[in-house]
Design a protein around this ligand. Sequence first.
Ligand code: G6P
Length: 360
Amino acid sequence: TDIEKGTYPHFMLKEIDEQPFVIRKIIQEYKNENDEIKLDLDIRQAMKNCDRIYIIAAGTSYHAGLLGKQFIEKLANIPVEVHVASEFSYNMPLLSEKPLFLFISQSGETADSRSVLVQIKELGHPALTLTNVPGSTLSREANYTMHLHAGPEIAVASTKAYTAQMAVLAILAVDTARAKGLELEFDPMQELGIAANAMEALTDQKEELEELAREYLPTTRNCFFIGRSVDHYVGLEGSLKLKEISYIQAEGFAGGELKHGTIALIEDGTPVIALATQENVNYSIRGNVQEVEARGANSLIISMKGLDKEGDAFVIPYVHHLLTPLVSVIPLQLISYYAALHRDCDVDKPRNLAKSVTVE
Ligand code: G6P
């Protein structure tokens, strides 16, 4: 590959560090000279015309899709379903009358997603692809495409494509809301700029995060991630990162669902990483932390400034509540990176995984 690691020991670490710059690039690319959102008019029309959006993706891109649903439903008021491509492909749900399909794919080559695209095109439904590779199969074969502008992502574990996907989805949601004449208080470019600054600050806290990985995950076999609302979705991504590169069995759970089964798994010393960045669930997620601690868990709380409490292991800067995922995922990426490093794992090329999976 022509892309160099430069002074970085791994592409993954370089790509983690690039994230604030990718967000700033996206802000530039999706703005016109009047500081309005710059978007293909056909995409705007397709978003306005549909009665429901079906997000189709795999892996990390699926996790970005879960947050895309939040943006589109909360800002643009359009119902959204998020589906794992390989499931949708063989078990298609009932569709609404005017569906719009939104494919999210870093590579644009994932066979599971392409299989869905082929099927829904046969049914005559429109498709929009969000991808980091504009000339890719999913980009060429869809009716519309939006570019992630993340630059080549080399490490198998996706980092900057995930935050780029969320940023582009937030911009798309706001554009649709405005096209529909909805009043919004949320200025996406300004809030994304604030998030980018917060992300940059966190990439300077590597030593602290390496220390947390050393303290909480040295020899553990498993690790749980808990959160409520959008924090739950970020926890799913955090757990995927950790299992992909460190081979620690990691799972993300909704805080309130623990008591319905999962809490049985908590033993003395089980690491539980809890996210607490959402005001409306701050009280309840902290209750869940107490529940697991009472069963012996070793909990590590990542909270946000303004919602933090004494004893929280790590506090991210304050950002708009819709955009916390772009920021809170950074400590999770870095903790996973260092956990993998401490276990002598091949960070950039984990066993059994491929950067893009072109078979179903
Ligand atoms: C592979 C990669 C994952 C990625 C997934 C979806 O499994 O290992 O990191 O999230 O494919 O890839 P895509 O290119 O469609 O986003």
